[in-house]
Design a protein around this ligand. Structure first.
Ligand SMILES: Cc1cc2nc3c(=O)[nH]c(=O)nc-3n(C[C@H](O)[C@H](O)[C@H](O)COP(=O)(O)O)c2cc1C
Length: 181
């Protein structure tokens, strides 16, 4: 039976929600796993424990704050047992408009769950992004995948697809690469 992946997201204008759909579509097309999409604020976070493999999507708002659905749930992350669970993170942001807090949510959530035992996978090089500072980046590497639909919407799909192959490899569920047409 295919593994299931829990994709928990919060999205205020739909950018991160669109990414969640792309992720679900790509993974399920490969037949390797099924993806259950959940809005993070809609249930107790204890439901995260139903999954060995998790993907979290959170945009950054109000100059370095978590998106609302995550904001109300942030402290509840402490009741989730993340030991032995692998988690990949993506975050939507605006590298030019908010260059000093670009995708901070990736780092805020990533650091918290890492401290609570999660194994973070899906680190991504900061090449190709222009920003001053991000809580999600360390020495040229992001703790997850940054996306910028405000400035580079045309790059989002390919970034997500490339990243998801890498994430699934680290989940131990490599997706077969489609044959060239
Ligand atoms: C008032 C305001 C504040 C924002 N603050 C940040 C920020 O601090 N860092 C960042 O990377 N993006 C910031 N953004 C950009 C949003 O994260 C971006 O538009 C994103 O695509 C929203 O994703 P969502 O629709 O999934 O919530 C901000 C946008 C607005 C309108």
């Amino acid at each position: 039976m295919a593994e299931k992946i829990g994709l928990f997201y919060g999205s205020s204008t739909g950018a991160g929600e669109n990414v969640a759909h792309i992720i679900k579509e790509e993974i399920e097309r490969s037949g390797v796993a099924t993806v259950e999409m959940r809005i993070v604020s809609s249930d107790t976070l204890k439901v995260m424990e139903e999954y060995q493999y998790l993907i979290f999507g959170c945009s950054t708002w109000n100059i370095g704050e978590l998106q609302d659905d995550w904001d109300v749930k942030f402290n509840e992350l402490d009741i989730v047992n993340f030991n032995g669970r692998k988690v990949a993170l993506y975050g939507n942001g605006d590298q030019y408009g908010y260059s000093n807090t670009f995708v901070d949510a990736i780092g805020m959530i990533g650091n918290k769950i890492a401290a609570n035992g999660a194994e973070i996978v899906g680190f991504w090089p900061a090449d190709g992004y222009e920003f001053e500072f991000s809580k999600g980046a360390f020495e040229g590497v992001f703790m997850g995948l940054p996306l910028d639909d405000d400035n580079q919407p045309e790059r989002t799909r390919q970034r997500v697809v490339n990243w998801i192959y890498w994430v699934m490899e680290q989940f131990g569920m490599p997706m077969p690469v489609p044959e060239a047409a």
